[in-house]
Design a protein around this ligand. Structure first.
Ligand SMILES: Nc1ncnc2c1ncn2[C@@H]1O[C@H](COP(=O)(O)OP(=O)(O)OP(=O)(O)O)[C@@H](O)[C@H]1O
Ligand SMILES: O=C(O)c1ccc[n+]([C@@H]2O[C@H](COP(=O)([O-])O)[C@@H](O)[C@H]2O)c1
Length: 210
């Protein structure tokens, strides 16, 4: 029996931006996914110092607002806990056990693929999900393909390249812009922009909080 195909767009989403949304939408289309789970990471292991950043509940709310109009995007709270670090391996282990009829596609940017070997149990993650990677930071195409091939050999990973143009956007850039009083309009959905404005998120960047 053919399995259901579900995408996972995991991230810190501090804040969520159109880059994340475009990746989710392209993956939905390219891999005929049933839906894409937007999964804010409660306590990302590689970003230990999150002082001065948006709280988990604020990041969740921004994701909720960002995906509200898309029927095949779903907010997943599978990693919405702050005790301990949130590890993809543990999340996938749980999801696969709970949904044996589902094949997961874990969506990421090239920067995430380049650091994949440093994730916890990459070999196990490679068995539990197909990795879908989008170009980023104008990486050299050959370098991306060579990295994918190496990880395929090393871990038996299934890696698929998402067909997206390079999207010049990052949460860090937006935090800096907002701190400097610049407009982030069109880079972030209007509802998220309003939320950031109303909650005054990211505005104290001048003292090093971005
Ligand atoms: N513009 C983009 N192009 C491709 N992938 C992206 C882009 N922005 C984010 N991603 C990917 O989305 C996932 C979640 O990203 P994250 O929430 O950390 O956003 P970010 O913009 O990378 O944040 P920051 O700038 O704070 O590091 C990661 O796998 C990241 O590589
Ligand atoms: O499990 C790990 O070791 C691990 C290490 C780095 C990143 N991740 C996951 O990769 C996704 C993107 O991370 P980030 O920090 O770019 O938002 C997010 O779902 C993280 O939980 C996971």
């Amino acid at each position: 029996m053919e399995k259901r195909r579900v995408g996972i767009m995991g991230g810190t989403f501090d804040p969520v931006h159109v880059g994340h949304l475009i990746l989710g939408e392209r993956a939905y289309e390219q891999f005929q996914l049933e839906n894409v789970l937007f999964m804010p990471s409660g306590n990302p292991p590689h970003k230990p110092d999150r002082r001065g950043r948006a709280a988990l509940l604020e990041r969740i709310e921004m994701v909720r607002l960002a995906i509200a109009g898309n029927p095949h995007f779903t907010l997943s709270l599978a990693e919405a806990h702050e005790e301990g670090y949130t590890y993809t391996r543990e999340t996938l282990e749980r999801l696969c056990a709970e949904h044996p009829d589902t094949e997961y596609y874990f969506i990421m940017g090239a920067d995430s693929l380049f650091s994949f070997e440093n994730w916890k149990n990459p070999e196990r993650i490679a068995q539990l999900a197909t990795l879908v990677v989008a170009t980023r930071d104008h990486v050299n195409e050959t370098e991306l393909e060579l990295t994918a091939e190496r990880l395929e050999k090393l871990y038996g990973a299934k890696i698929r390249v998402l067909s997206t143009p390079n999207l010049d956007i990052s949460s860090q850039m937006l935090r800096e812009w907002i701190a400097e009083g610049k407009s982030a309009r069109y880079y972030v959905p209007d509802a998220v922009l309003r939320y950031i404005h109303d909650t005054k998120l990211y505005q104290q960047g001048a003292d090093g909080n971005v």
